[in-house]
Design a protein around this ligand. Sequence first.
Ligand SMILES: Nc1ncnc2c1ncn2[C@@H]1O[C@H](COP(=O)(O)OP(=O)(O)OP(=O)(O)O)[C@@H](O)[C@H]1O
Ligand SMILES: [Mg+2]
Length: 366
Amino acid sequence: MSGEKRIPTGIAGLDRVIEGGVRDNTTLLVVGSSGTGKSTFAMQYLNYGLEHGENALYISMEEPPEQILREAKMLGFNLDNYYEKELFFFHSKGKDFVKLVDEQLPALVEANKNYSVKTRVVIDPLTPLIWAIQDKQEQREIITKLFYTLKQLGPVLITTEEHASPGETIGEDVLIPIYMSDGAVHLTYRPIGGAFNRALEIVKMRATRHGEEVYPYIFVRGVGVVVRTTPLVSAEDMRKYDDVFDKAIRTAAELGANERMLERLVYVKENWSYPFSPKETLQIFFESQGLNDALTKEEIERRKEESTSSEDQLDINELSGGTLQVDEEEIIQEDAGNAEDDVSSESEDEGLIDIDNLNELEELIQ
Ligand SMILES: Nc1ncnc2c1ncn2[C@@H]1O[C@H](COP(=O)(O)OP(=O)(O)OP(=O)(O)O)[C@@H](O)[C@H]1O
Ligand SMILES: [Mg+2]
């Protein structure tokens, strides 16, 4: 977790899957095709700030303020009372976006510098600017500057219309704004009937432990959108797998992992946020770090010793590959054996992560 103070978006359900809200002085992009609810998201975001004593700045590139206020009312947000008191509009008349970004907005930010009330900013939509500037390099530069300037005021929410071609998950026209934003959510509309007609996905959220599901959302008059999320795993639940990590850290230490690696494992332990055991992830990670091989070698040594004192002759040479594949073969061999063997090997491996353990590998293969 980042530990940084969060600013609630006010978009019902979203904050619970992004650690409570956005970080100050960051940009959140809402991407979606026409009619997915981008303006509703923007209004809800503004309205929350206004209702909590913040100021709001609405940058419009096409529509005049009167029209925006009318549309807000139709979406269920009456912002008239805030108009020009706490809610300010910056209506960029004409299509000179270079002037807007290079001169007008920096001047506005400068004028606002000594003003202590928090200002949340909305651009709904950014699309006219993207369409007006065809050259990708120029587009990138102007968006970088725009975001950089506005972030100085507070948290910024930008909407962008996308036109995804068949087969594309996200339209090519919105890749630059997504890349330049600190966070991005993608809204989709599929008229398939049922609860998943409209769905939200978090594309990215820098420095944030965020939900990774596809969340349906609905329009609720008087609220705006309600994103149907389930809260992320609680801090208490996150501690549930501490013993698995402790065991893995001990194993890594025994296998000669260096300090840096052990520190990383502690970090992973403290940040594990999935509602399932990290065992498989750790096994894969160990293997990627060469620790699996080391374990296998150690296992080979152990078995060598065992085989000298046991009638049960293991083919040591067959194990020398030290790969998971070999372990699988081993399973097949051992599968014919009795269950008692499994139990005893488990107890001998106490304190180690049981990479060679039959049951676990069987689970993995399934
Ligand atoms: N109360 C509601 N019940 C059902 N659908 C609603 C409701 N409110 C809004 N919508 C749907 O949301 C759409 C408009 O939402 P919104 O204006 O926020 O979308 P948008 O993504 O900004 O669209 P545009 O690309 O036209 O700007 C409506 O066309 C309608 O389909
Ligand atoms: Mg809109």
